[in-house]
Design a protein around this ligand. Structure first.
Ligand code: ADE
Length: 225
């Protein structure tokens, strides 16, 4: 998979890809992530990417021309499965969206800033608009990093244990059950006995029950989906 990210703040985006699982995935050539600075596609001396809103109103709007130049240059090189715009009014990111996107070959992500982008960008270039939650960030970069992390960890070979993404919370619309490791007894706080029984079917059943109970208590909305 290849991910191209268009941003006015590449420095805000880079560090998540230079650590941990994302770094390993890139080093193992399981994914390529490329950053494109929108200011490199401007035509004036000030490298302007934004301007005031037609019709008046507070806040600047990202102009279509540099975005068009950047997206068009990238599209000349390859075909994109999705051109995603990160925006608080997009569809809310859910595990299912990450699952779908993890199967794609080429994804482009445009990070918004200021008030957002000229509507014509959304009408003519964008194939999907994604929000990471009902709150407003100062730009799309952190949202793009969240989206990329959710996608990349699902690519086969990225997680050490191939099955572990399948048992994550939200796969199957259930939260994950409680988990424990050594010591068995810490200050009198004990691990449930059943987990030492060696009875794998019974343990599996217990985990399913716990996942259900936790979901019912914390996120009953998931059980209706
Ligand atoms: N840009 C600003 N707020 C955002 C959000 N909640 N999700 C994605 N991109 C954003």
């Amino acid at each position: 998979m290849r991910i191209d990210i268009i941003t006015v703040l590449p420095e805000l985006l880079k560090s998540p890809f230079e650590a941990s699982i994302l770094k390993r995935a890139i080093e193992a050539n399981l994914v390529e992530v490329h950053f494109h600075n929108l200011r490199d596609y401007t035509s004036d001396n000030y490298k302007s990417v934004d301007d005031t809103q037609f019709g008046g109103g507070a806040g600047m709007v990202m102009m279509i021309e540099p975005i068009d130049k950047c997206i068009s240059a990238l599209k000349k090189e390859r075909t994109y499965d999705e051109i995603i715009y990160m925006t608080p009014d997009g569809e809310t990111l859910k595990q299912g969206i990450a699952n779908q996107l993890s199967l794609k070959e080429n994804i482009m992500i445009l990070c918004g800033h200021y008030k957002g982008v000229d509507q014509r960008v959304r009408d003519h270039f964008i194939t999907r608009e994604i929000s990471i939650g009902d709150y407003v960030l100062s730009g799309g970069e952190l949202g793009a990093a969240v989206l990329c992390d959710a996608i990349i960890r699902l690519i086969p070979g990225v997680l050490g244990n191939e099955t572990s993404a399948l048992t994550d919370s939200f796969q199957d619309n259930l939260l994950a059950p409680p988990i424990y490791t050594k010591p068995r007894d810490y200050k009198g706080w004990k691990v449930p006995e059943l987990l030492f029984s060696g009875n794998l079917p019974k343990i599996e059943l217990w985990r399913e029950e716990q996942a259900y109970l936790r979901t019912k208590e914390r996120r009953p909305d998931l059980l209706d989906e």
